[in-house]
Design a protein around this ligand. Structure first.
Ligand code: F6P
Length: 308
């Protein structure tokens, strides 16, 4: 997100537009925690994880009263456009805000889950996948040396994007994805099949789904059925959400930051900018919330064939 903030600020400067940073998103908007930024305020942040503007969940923004307070704070400063970086929740708030006050808003997709319709990739996703990949490579050493079965649980809530891409890149035996509706029994049977084929160890990447820890239950079940097997679980958790962004993420964030400012200048409103097939795209914010990103079927086929 820092790379994106930097790009927004510097593009605005380039076009002689005043730019403000709002601390903690909608919370700061309501609490009037807003400060002017210039090109030096975003120096030396490109390589840092997290966000210099901080982040917060904000229940008050879900109310009309809260949004009115936020609007008054923008108005007071003569702020005429808003750029909001985030996922579903951020864009839902932005849509209400736009409908009520008609202030031009451009959304930028930023979530490690990559589950936003209208862009091939979201900011943070590639970095998260690479963090998981690094973990898989390291865990593989133990899995191989000790002949163990590992379930590696990754983030992604309802989205299996982190799981499938890290599993392919890490040469895992399989990935358990929410989109596929794979059951615990499917996974256990698949491992049994691998054992029959004399695979000495297995790595299965599991998307966390509704709550972290599901892989522990899966392992418990698997231990009952695969009695003589050493089965372990690693839950990667929030290490996936931090650290220096990859080159791809920095470039994506920079492109989207620039595109968002230019979208506002060109009169776009209530839209999300994304990158589709390497080109900047604009879609209604509503679509980014309501439509479901189609899952790339090729990837599930790929892992099935290559893990033979
Ligand atoms: O939406 C991004 C995400 O990282 C999910 O993959 C994960 O389930 C969730 O956020 C974790 O949220 P929190 O930091 O509030 O526990």
């Amino acid at each position: 997100m820092n790379a994106c903030i930097r790009a927004v600020v510097r593009t605005a400067m380039y076009y002689n537009i005043e730019v403000f940073g709002i601390t903690q998103g909608y919370k700061g908007m309501i609490e009037d925690d807003i400060r002017e930024l210039d090109s030096f305020s975003v120096s030396n942040i490109l390589q840092k994880g997290g966000t210099m503007l901080k982040s917060a969940r904000c229940d008050e923004f879900k109310t009309a009263k809260g949004r009115k307070k936020a609007y008054d704070n923008l108005k007071k400063r003569g702020i005429e456009g808003l750029i909001a970086i985030g996922g579903d929740g951020t864009f839902t708030g932005a849509t209400h805000f736009y409908n009520e006050f008609k202030i031009p808003i451009i959304g930028i997709p930023g979530t490690i889950d990559n589950d936003i319709y209208g862009t091939d990739f979201t900011i943070g996703f590639d970095t998260a996948v690479n963090t998981v990949l690094d973990a898989i490579d390291k865990i593989r050493d133990t899995a191989d040396s000790h002949g163990r079965i590992f379930f590696i649980e990754v983030m992604g809530r309802d989205s299996g994007y982190i799981a499938i891409r890290s599993a392919i890149a890490g040469g895992a035996e399989g990935a358990m994805l929410p989109e596929k509706g794979t059951t615990d029994d499917d996974v256990i049977n698949y491992i049994k099949e691998n054992i029959r084929r004399e695979k000495t160890f297995s790595i299965i990447v599991v998307a966390e789904k509704d709550s972290p820890g599901n892989s522990v239950l899966l392992a418990k079940k698997a231990r009952k059925e695969l009695k003589n097997k050493d089965i372990r679980v690693t839950i990667l958790g929030h290490i996936q959400r931090g650290g220096a962004p990859t080159a791809s993420d920095r470039i994506l964030a920079s492109r989207l930051g620039l595109a968002a400012v230019e979208a506002i200048i060109d009169g776009h409103q209530n839209e999300m900018v994304g990158i589709v097939n390497e080109n900047v795209s604009h879609i209604p914010l509503k679509d980014s919330i309501e439509k479901t990103k189609p899952f790339v079927k090729d990837l599930t086929r790929l892992i099935k064939i290559l893990s033979i």
